[in-house]
Design a protein. Structure first.
Length: 490
């Protein structure tokens, strides 16, 4: 195993340090980076929340949470003790600017230069927290601030948040995180495209028939019902995660991969997305909401039951047909879909190439399927190239076979998860895999008209049974073009 490169000492401050994101994702990720030797001496992790805990109580809480969210085989008593010794805690009211004096006092007790402020809290607090940090002179030249999605509910609110944060931090200090971009397979998409000569000559409308991007979840909204009912699938997933993945698929080769060139090319893709008219939205978007159903042999309730709102019209499923209107992609449809309580959990990119121009083996049983490049993001991270082959033996039939690269099998090691990788990029000050302000606002500019049309037209999401593949309209969306959804990981 290659030893990870340690990062410089820092104070890693988590606002919302007792919340779900912190205990389920951020602190386990930081523990695992400490386990692999990336956190150096002098690094502190400071939880900030209004929780009524003292420092020993916070350490006890996090020790218990690590046991829940870190695999037992990765927990080492000595490393856990070292990690817990890094923890500090400040109990304040995040909405009270004067309380931040306690944060300032704790930060002043260290000489480390790098400060990471992670806002693991509601977006409504992003501006007030940054204003308080500025008022207490905590936003130094070597500070970074991390914003979790969603960045606003629409274009106007996204701009408001960006303005508020940008009044305290320079753009190069702002890290808008999208954990999908930290997945190994997503990062390897850039390498697959730009470090190999095999695919790039085929990566255009003359060879590619269409692209599918899917993020399907078998779980419901769980404890996030209140948040989700004010958000929905388009705001929660499509406007950020799926559009960011689309950008990496469709972007032009940058002159070189550095901190801004990749983000420049992603922005160009978002700006090239064809705007959807009212007729386009009516025809090329599908909304759904899960009802009662059977998931993994268990009867589950409807979304309205889960969010405790019997009149909710919030969509838990959305599918959209989009087009990137430039020379490389003109005429190639991009089919995007995401949903909860679906038949299986999987996220993938499917690049389907055009069929052969003339069938050459009419006497052999089995149809020649189009070639597909399938990039699986979860549950397993791998890349598969599906090609047609003949089964052995006289008269063998034709069938698709896969040439597959599974990252765990190929590299024989545990791959750091998305948050582990992205948190270390923040400490290093590398924003390549984070969203820039103009990207966020370009994504909202394209997505917002869809939300407005749904609202103004009174569209009601179609109910689909939990444990299925979404509403029937989603199949119709792609089948009317003579195509079908890829079946995913099953």
């Amino acid at each position: 195993m290659r030893t990870p490169r340690p990062v410089d000492p820092c104070d890693f401050v988590i606002f919302g340090g007792t919340g779900d994101l912190a205990v389920r994702k951020l602190l386990p990720a930081l523990y695992l980076r400490d386990r692999d030797g990336q956190l150096t001496e002098g690094t502190r992790i400071i939880g900030v929340a209004k929780a009524g805990l003292d420092e020993p109580g916070y350490r006890d809480k996090i020790q218990a949470e690590l046991a829940r969210f870190v695999p037992a085989e990765l927990l080492d008593a000595e490393i856990v003790e070292r990690f817990l010794a890094r923890l500090r805690f400040v109990s304040i009211d995040l909405t009270e600017p004067s309380d931040y004096a306690a944060v300032a006092d704790l930060l002043a007790s260290s000489t480390v230069e790098i400060r990471v402020f992670y806002l693991a809290c509601a977006p409504a607090l992003f501006g007030p927290i940054c204003a308080a940090l500025g008022a207490h002179n905590l936003a130094t030249e070597t500070s970074r601030v991390v914003l979790e999605k969603p960045i606003g509910r629409d274009l106007a609110s996204a701009r408001e948040i960006n303005d508020a944060v940008g009044s305290v931090f320079d753009e190069h200090q702002i890290f808008r995180i999208d954990h999908y971009l930290g997945k190994e397979s997503v990062q390897n998409l850039l390498v697959t495209r730009f470090a190999n000569t095999l695919l790039e000559p085929l990566w255009n409308s003359s060879r590619i028939d269409h692209v599918q991007i899917t993020a399907a979840e078998s779980l419901g909204v769980g404890s996030r019902g209140d948040y989700y009912d004010r958000s929905g699938a388009l705001r929660d997933m499509l406007q950020n995660h799926l559009l960011q993945v689309l950008c990496l698929v469709a972007m032009e080769p940058p002159t070189h991969v550095n901190r801004e060139s990749v983000r420049d090319e992603k922005r160009k893709v978002l700006q090239a997305l064809a705007p959807l008219s009212a007729d386009d939205i009516k025809r090329d978007t599908v909304t759904g909401q899960y009802g009662p159903g059977l998931v993994n042999g268990e009867v589950v309730g409807s979304y309205c039951q889960d969010c405790e709102n019997p009149d909710s019209r919030t969509e838990t499923f959305v599918a959209v047909k989009a087009e990137v209107r430039n020379w490389r992609w003109a005429g190639v449809p991009f089919y995007l879909r995401t949903g909860k309580r679906m038949s299986q959990r999987f996220s993938e990119i499917v690049v389907q190439f055009k069929p052969v121009p003339l069938p050459m083996f009419p006497g052999i049983e089995g149809a020649s399927e189009p070639n597909r490049l399938i990039i699986s993001l979860q549950p397993d991270e791998e890349i598969r190239l599906e090609m047609t082959a003949k089964e052995p033996g006289s008269g063998g039939r034709l069938r698709p076979v896969s040439l597959a690269l599974n990252y765990t099998e190929a590299f024989q090691d545990r791959s750091p998860d998305a948050y582990e990788r992205l948190l270390m990029d923040v400490v290093r000050g590398d924003p390549t895999l984070f969203m820039r302000r103009d990207e966020v606002e370009a994504a909202w500019a394209w997505a917002e008209p869809i939300l407005h049309h749904w609202h103004d037209s009174g569209r009601v999401p179609r109910t689909y049974p939990a444990g299925t593949d979404g509403p029937v309209d989603a199949a119709t969306l792609i089948e009317r073009d003579g195509r079908r959804w890829h079946e995913g990981a099953a």
